[in-house]
Design a protein around this ligand. Sequence first.
Ligand code: GLC
Length: 512
Amino acid sequence: METGTAGVESSPGSGVRPPGGASWWREGVLYQIYPRSFADSDGDGIGDLGGIVDRLEYLEWLGIDAVWLNPITPSPNVDWGYDVSDYTGVHPDLGTLADVDRLVSEAARRGIRVLLDLVPNHTSDRHPWFREREDFYVWADEVPNNWRSIFGGGSAWALDADRGRYYLHNFAPEQPDLDWWNPDVRREFEGILRFWLDRGVAGFRIDVAHALIKDRELRDDPVTGDGLRNVYSMNRPETHEILRSWRALCDAYEPSRVLVGEAFVTDVPDWARFYGSGDDELNLAFNFALVHAPFDADSLRSVVSATEAALPDDARSCWVGSNHDIGRMTTRWCGGDEALARCALLLLLTLRGTPCLYFGDEIALADGHVPPERVRDVTEPSRDPCRTPMPWTPSGGWTDPWLPLADTTRNIEDERSDPESTLTFTRDLIALRRVLPDLQAGAYRELEAPRDAWAWERGSGVVVVVNLGREPCDIDGVDGSIALATSRTREGDRASGRLRLAPAEGAVVRRG
Ligand code: GLC
């Protein structure tokens, strides 16, 4: 029996179209939701789609334009949704297709789009394809090369005892890689994309977008001083062809849909290739060079200037500081310091590009504490600390959550009513993007600044300054009034030629 979606009529679902505005993803703010940890509507300790619907009012209040949901499809959860066993269903823990339709239409009513996570590199070994469509996967009679699994670092080849052959798994053994040389795999995925887009989904975040195709001859990855250079096991040029075909598919929708890629490439010029000519491949790609840069002014500004130089005209980076893999920026970049976390928010939201906040960033949420007996993740070290539940209230707002919620000192309820809070700061910053068109579309130009500080202009009307050092510093050449500052009392102050910044302080200055 052949299973799949290519031959199946896709359902019109809710018939809802995401809110229009062809270039919303250029000006807007994305917000990543890890569904199990965001909000629980039925009290079973697992966040779900109903929980997201219940919090749409909050998301609208915050001012974001779109949510990206980590995988919601059925999965044995070896890798928490990234081992998909059915691409057109919904995991029963999270809800039903009807809940997706409800989420898409309720979100649209509030001007919020919904993006789903598409996992095309691999399936679960429990996906029916793995038994029924051997030709969908990458096989060899003997271990053919030196490729290593990203999870665990052992060989990326595992023996399938029934078949007496080896299959490729770039991640866990329970995540066999698909063979993207097979046209039937491509056809199936076109059907999967259409299935969700026809339901009114605004686009996809594409998991492991840089790795879909493997070297046809399965050649050894070259050995370097500190490991292997993944030039054959991933990062093949042919992957771009697939992304281009999906972009054409998305552009044929009205309104057109958006592709945001997890192209895990830190070499900036290589990363920029995922934008193709500028409008024929990914709409956005997460900027992993910035994610992995140390949080100092020199390192960050050199990534930004390399990014500006590498991107095709009109393309824009997707800036992130946290996600469900890398950890929360408040911990990772800022060592828990809330003032520095505000600086991180300030720069993500004011650089030229599209910011993607991870749920909790808006309150400078730090990584949670997950004791060894509560760890659920497949990787070592575990990624669970950045996946702990959203603290909605001073007591959490959860009953016996799937991952522990130990610290609720920073929580949404308290911060929402506090004009001095980081949540209010984030909301005001998002709102400022809307009223200052230079923050959305103005060109980026770096300005002179002392070593530990960073200053840039957006268009002709806005200057952003941030001091990431431990000493106060003066930024010269700044004239105008402070529209928003990490220390809120400074708002409205005027700078005439020189602006003094305390350590871990930043500001948006409106010229004139
Ligand atoms: C991506 C996901 C990560 C997952 C991996 C394998 O990197 O973000 O969570 O474990 O792909 O699917």
